[in-house]
Design a protein around this ligand. Structure first.
Ligand code: SAM
Length: 182
């Protein structure tokens, strides 16, 4: 569980743990969040370990979305219970500067058709040159979707982001893609 430590020593220890043991969280919280300040953001997928994210993203116009109604309490003030592949039904075209699609492929959204629809509709609700950040687990039998093999991956251009290339593989074989809408 990711705890929100107030004590400076605990915060320091948590920083080290994040960097070396929980690289995914380190990249999300320390490398991505500071670079998207003040933007209009859609965070897809919320959980008990992301409950401090609305606070970490307090400068943002933040929306959260999750298909599971029972996790709505971990979402932002503007939270939608729904399927990300239908995101164009919930928001007008060109709504967001950034969409964070973190740990969704392979964690509920497991079919190629749904993944294609998700990329297409995320592209619709992103502003021109908007940023889609994707994170997925490249672990055998875990995720049948390889984003780069999807047809609609071509709606985006991979870019480097805050020192990380797209794609970037963590020590635990999670892959980040940093994608700009074409
Ligand atoms: C592994 S958690 C990821 C949480 C968070 N995004 C993170 O930073 O790791 C996966 C979440 O995605 C949600 N989810 C799975 N499929 C979804 C879909 N099609 N649309 C919206 N949310 C979905 C699940 O309900 C779950 O809460």
């Amino acid at each position: 569980m990711v705890l929100n430590f107030k004590n400076p020593i605990r915060r320091f220890i948590r920083g080290i743990v994040l960097k070396w043991r929980l690289e995914v969280r380190y990249i999300i919280e320390k490398k991505i969040f500071p670079k998207i300040k003040n933007k209009k953001v859609l965070l897809v997928g919320v959980e008990y370990y992301t409950e401090n994210y609305p606070k970490l993203l307090k400068t943002n116009d933040l929306y959260t979305l999750d298909i599971n109604p029972s996790v709505a309490r971990f979402g932002a003030k503007h939270h939608i219970v729904g399927d990300i592949s239908d995101v164009d039904k919930f928001f007008p075209k060109e709504s967001f500067d950034t969409i964070l699609l973190l740990g969704i492929f392979g964690y509920g959204l497991n079919d190629v058709q749904g993944a294609e629809k998700t990329l297409e509709n995320c592209s619709k609700v992103l502003k021109k040159k908007g940023l889609l950040i994707l994170n997925w687990s490249d672990i055998v039998d875990k995720n049948p979707i390889k984003p780069r093999s999807l047809k609609n991956f071509s709606l985006f251009s991979p870019v480097s982001f805050n020192g990380y290339p797209s794609a970037y593989r963590t020590r635990q074989n999670h892959i980040f893609e940093f994608l700009i809408k074409k």
